[in-house]
Design a protein around this ligand. Structure first.
Ligand SMILES: Cc1cc2nc3c(=O)[nH]c(=O)nc-3n(C[C@H](O)[C@H](O)[C@H](O)COP(=O)(O)OP(=O)(O)OC[C@H]3O[C@@H](n4cnc5c(N)ncnc54)[C@H](O)[C@@H]3O)c2cc1C
Length: 547
């Protein structure tokens, strides 16, 4: 089964009124894409008094933060399914609570069942963590709070970077006053960074650098001895990537996933009542209240550039409609924006080369499932049918050791969907009663690794897709017998579907560190900017006269 029924959604949408394209209308700013970052930009710009239009290619807003009712009565967060990285300042300033955002904290936050009958629960409760880890190793139970404290200190360091505009290198010829202002702003930024670095002691600073650059396996092996604990923590280091626990830099991905918070509680991920579309819906409500105009079914085909000045003057939609503005922000990926939407002749070759070398590879498949009962894990008490602590947080299937994660990565590296995929299972309907009929549940499977182009077979082939989905269900059956028979229906998004349906860039672009136009420091700078803008709640590309 591969469902494609677009019936209802919790994200409201608006279609184009005549005023939107009326002759001579010039907007102060246009935003390509109504993902949650595009909507956030729209809300802030509209609040500052500018006339803003958001142009979204899909029939509904939200991008990858979306809720869709694909099976009647079951509302799926089709891509993104957990919240913590949206910056608290954005939640506060846009008053997202008033606009309908309700976060449901998870405690415990993770559960890892083992085939030998043991399991590991972890969460915000220090006593629970100690007793759970002690089942495997007393030494690890003692080390765990120290590990968490160190990550907290690193996160505090990162907070400033996430909440500040990154210093830009301007290619424009600046006046003397603007040059001085620019220097002052950069000095303030670096002074703040330096002050924060001093507050991290020298050992912490060395460990911080090590975490950013090392493989997660090295970091976790330094701290702990228990396989299941290391594997549970290591999934945060590989999630969404086409990398393994031994990939240099995976330590940073680990940090990235503990940087967030829910209502001030660091590292706590929450479900969103109504699904992730409710985040986009709340932001769009704030944007609309401030006067922003949001248009769906409006795919931007190209930017219009002034031949003489090289400045942007608006966009052309896929249906040929021209929309005018001298400021355009793009919520599409940098690859789509600069390689597909901006006319190639206006960009410097070096810049295009840098963009084309961004690594977008991801071996992620998302499977959204409607089930008629909760999975009963053999390592808990399977005769009790009600929801227990094992159902509340992220359930790690197929990751009892870091070697297991690495093996499943290696399959995909050779071009095959993993034999024993790495699965992060969540059951939001345990806490959110608004997304499924009573007694029935919505299950998200975030699955790795699935190559974009398998060596044998194709994601276009229904039987090939179905056999991979069944492989995932059978793996879950090993831990929770009978799971497969609880499946009512499901929706499966492979890397190819994510690209086609949501406009993401997923294709495996090889990352060339040695490149005639791009030094490794430039490449890593781009990598950093890419990853930091991903999570700062305002990740977009601004195209204006500098284009
Ligand atoms: C399967 C999956 C699971 C994830 N899980 C999580 C999670 O649990 N928690 C988390 O924090 N993050 C998660 N993420 C990441 C998160 O979803 C993204 O970081 C976030 O959605 C990015 O938001 P955005 O607004 O920047 O871009 P997007 O959500 O990608 O939005 C971009 C928008 O631009 C539109 N667009 C593109 N091109 C055009 C065009 N030419 N014209 C008009 N519109 C256009 C697209 O249709 C889309 O609506 C997940 C991602 C995926 C793919």
């Amino acid at each position: 089964m591969w469902r494609r029924i677009f019936s209802t959604s919790t994200s409201t949408s608006t279609s184009a009124p005549a005023a939107f394209t009326s002759k001579g209308k010039k907007w102060d700013a246009l935003i390509i894409g109504g993902g949650h970052n595009g909507l956030t930009a729209a809300a802030y710009l509209a609040r500052s008094g500018l006339s803003v239009a958001v142009l979204e290619r899909r029939h509904l807003i939200g991008g990858a933060a979306v809720t869709e009712e694909l099976v009647p009565g079951f509302k799926f967060s089709r891509c993104s399914y957990l919240q913590s990285l949206l910056r608290p300042s954005v939640i506060r300033e846009l008053e997202l609570g008033r606009h309908g955002l309700k976060l449901l904290k998870r405690n415990p936050s993770s559960f890892t069942p083992c085939l030998d009958g043991r399991y590991l629960l972890l969460g915000p409760d220090a006593e629970l963590n100690h007793s759970e880890i002690s089942k495997f190793s007393k030494q690890d139970a003692e080390a765990y709070p120290r590990y968490e404290n160190q990550l907290q200190r690193f996160c505090s360091f990162m907070d400033y970077l996430l909440d500040s505009p990154t210093p830009e290198v301007s290619h424009k010829v600046l006046s003397f006053t603007d040059r001085m202002r620019d220097k002052l702003q950069k000095s303030i930024f670096w002074a703040h960074c330096f002050r924060r670095a001093i507050f991290l002691w020298q050992k912490d600073m060395v460990d911080f650098m090590d975490l950013l650059l090392s493989p997660a396996s090295k970091v976790l092996n330094n701290w702990f001895e228990t396989d299941v604990l290391k594997a549970t923590l290591a999934t945060d280091a590989v999630i969404g990537t086409m990398g393994t626990v031994h990939t240099p830099g995976s330590g940073y991905v680990l940090l990235h996933h503990v940087m967030g918070e829910t209502d001030g509680d660091r590292g706590i991920w929450s479900y969103v009542e109504g699904g992730m579309g409710a985040v986009s819906s709340a932001i769009s409500n704030a944007a609309r209240e401030a006067g922003a105009h949001i248009v769906t079914n409006a795919e931007v085909a190209q930017l219009m550039i002034n031949d003489d000045s090289g400045a942007v003057k608006g966009v052309v939609l896929a249906d040929g409609t021209e929309v005018h503005s001298s400021v355009v922000l793009s919520n599409a990926t940098p690859y789509r924006t600069f390689m597909e939407l901006v006319p190639q002749s206006v960009l410097p070759e070096e810049f295009r080369c840098a963009i084309s070398n961004l690594d977008y590879s991801s071996g992620t498949t998302k499977i959204n499932i409607a089930v008629d009962r909760l999975p009963q894990f053999q390592c808990c008490n399977p005769s009790i049918q009600e929801a227990g602590p094992q159902h509340v947080g992220t359930i790690h299937i197929g990751s009892e050791s870091m070697e297991e994660i690495d093996l499943s990565y290696r399959d995909a590296l050779s071009g095959f969907p993993s034999q024993r995929p790495l699965i992060e299972m969540t059951i939001p309907s345990v806490l959110d009663k608004t997304i499924s009929p009573p007694g029935k549940h919505v299950i998200n499977l975030f699955v790795q690794y699935t190559p974009y182009r398998p060596s044998v077979g194709s994601w276009e082939d229904l039987a090939f897709r179905e056999s991979f989905a069944q492989r995932c269900f059978s793996l879950i059956d090993e831990y929770a017998p009978g799971f497969s028979s609880s499946v009512i229906d499901y929706d499966m998004l492979t890397p190819v579907d994510l690209e086609r349906e949501f406009g993401l860039t997923v294709a495996q672009v090889p990352f060339q560190w040695v490149d005639p136009h791009l030094s490794s420091s430039q490449a890593s700078q781009l990598w950093w900017r890419e990853h930091i803008s991903w999570c700062n709640g305002l990740g977009f590309t601004l195209l204006n006269a500098a284009c």
